[in-house]
Design a protein around this ligand. Structure first.
Ligand SMILES: *[C@@H]1O[C@H](CO)[C@@H](O)[C@H](O)[C@H]1NC(C)=O
Ligand SMILES: [Zn+2]
Length: 389
């Protein structure tokens, strides 16, 4: 009993110390994706802006794009597939394959079962109907945001872990990692039911629930290893209204909302009416009211009106197994939702960039990367590597 109590105190201490805000200078330095988000020929987003229904060549091509991106740009990330198959209401008895891609970056030398992870999640499949549906917000843009995020924090993770190792203080700290889940088969083929939807997420949650780490590990399974499951969906339309859905993760929502407030105050939010580029274009230079993305920053933890599981999405099978969820999805859904108009042209690229900056900063704070996020030299290193190839 005594040992257990001591253990609890120690974990509480590390938990409370495990999130630290980024400085203004770091926030100012966060790189925008630039041409990589160009919808016609940008390296990150354009290859995803195509039909990619599960089990079709378009789906396989997008998956290959992700694999190529990590293999060439981020070799330190461990890649795994989690494959399953299922019949669907439209497959005429044929089994359709569903392939999830898991990209993980853990501290060097860490043992499996000892690392708690921040999971960043989006689905990459597109909906079968209407024919030709692209799903730019659903969820091509969120996938591109996650690729750019991984790239933006990669060098800082290396530097941070080198510094920790140099100090020799690694034993005291609980190792923390980052994981990107690009899930397949979120969309229904016919109409949304418990069995016609979330094919990839259901298979992954089930698989991970029964994949046991060695006995006496800190975390029992890869599912337990997820400290927070941040799901991005339907992002990239103008003026999103994203509530805080879950009481248990409202604290994390408020951290992200605090970053949004700071980015707006620093005039770094491109979609804000007060961004210098917008102010310069209008006659009346006075400040306007900010229309926040994360609208529940003031909501109390004791508020009884959390929407909870109202919106069904890839988090459901994970939440059902006790994983903490931060669901970043607008309510109401974007006007283009499940319409042909959810394409590259209808994305608001300022909003896409703002979400990306917000996610990068959130991960930077979660992983305590302030002082290590030297974006300029990270970009130089990238460039050197590319020119040497
Ligand atoms: C899972 O799917 C990927 C992508 O199609 C494939 O490369 C891999 O070999 C598959 N893995 C297994 C164990 O079948
Ligand atoms: Zn959808």
């Amino acid at each position: 009993m005594k040992n257990l109590a001591l253990f609890c105190i120690v974990s509480l201490l590390t938990l409370s110390a495990a999130y630290s805000p980024l400085s203004d200078d770091t926030l100012k330095g966060i790189p925008d994706p630039g041409d990589d988000f160009n919808i016609k020929d940008g390296a990150l987003l354009a290859p995803i802006l195509r039909t990619r229904v599960s089990g079709t060549p378009g789906n396989a091509a997008v998956l290959q794009h992700f694999v190529d991106f990590f293999k060439t740009t981020l070799p330190e990330w461990r890649l795994e597939f989690q494959n399953s198959s299922a019949t669907t209401p439209t497959s005429k008895g044929k089994k359709i394959p569903f392939i999830n891609l898991i990209a993980t970056r853990d501290p060097p030398g860490s043992q499996i079962g000892e690392v708690g992870r921040l999971a960043l999640v989006a689905h990459y499949d597109s909906k079968l109907t209407p024919t030709g549906f692209i799903g730019a917000t659903d969820s091509a843009a969120p996938c591109a945001m996650l690729l750019h995020t991984a790239r933006s924090i990669d060098a800082a993770l290396t530097k941070k872990w080198e510094a920790v190792a140099a100090e020799g203080s690694s034993q005291l700290e609980e190792p923390k990692g980052v994981q990107i889940l690009l899930l397949d088969g979120e969309e229904s083929f016919h109409s949304w039911t418990a069995t016609d939807s979330l094919y990839g997420a259901r298979a992954l949650a089930e698989h991970w629930e029964s994949s046991f780490h060695p006995p006496a590990s800190t975390y029992r399974t890869p599912l337990d290893s997820i400290d927070l499951f941040v799901l991005l969906d339907l992002l990239g339309s103008s003026a999103p209204n994203v509530p805080s859905y879950f009481k248990t993760t409202h604290w994390a929502y408020k951290k992200m909302a605090a970053i949004e407030h700071r980015l707006r105050e620093l005039r770094l939010f491109k979609s804000s009416a007060n961004h210098p580029a917008r102010v310069a274009k209008r006659k009346n230079k006075g400040l306007r009211a900010e229309g926040y993305f994360l609208v529940d920053s003031e909501k109390s933890d004791h508020d009884s009106a959390f929407m909870g599981g109202f919106v069904e999405d890839d988090h459901v099978p994970f939440m059902a197994r006790g994983v903490d969820i931060l669901h970043i999805i607008p309510s109401p859904f974007p006007r283009v939702w499940h319409e042909m108009t959810d394409d590259g042209k209808h994305l608001n690229m300022d909003v896409v960039e703002d979400w990306t900056r917000l996610v990068i900063a959130f991960v930077g704070e979660w992983m305590e990367l302030d002082g290590f996020l030297d974006f300029k030299s990270a970009r130089r290193a990238d460039y050197t590597e590319k020119t040497e190839l």
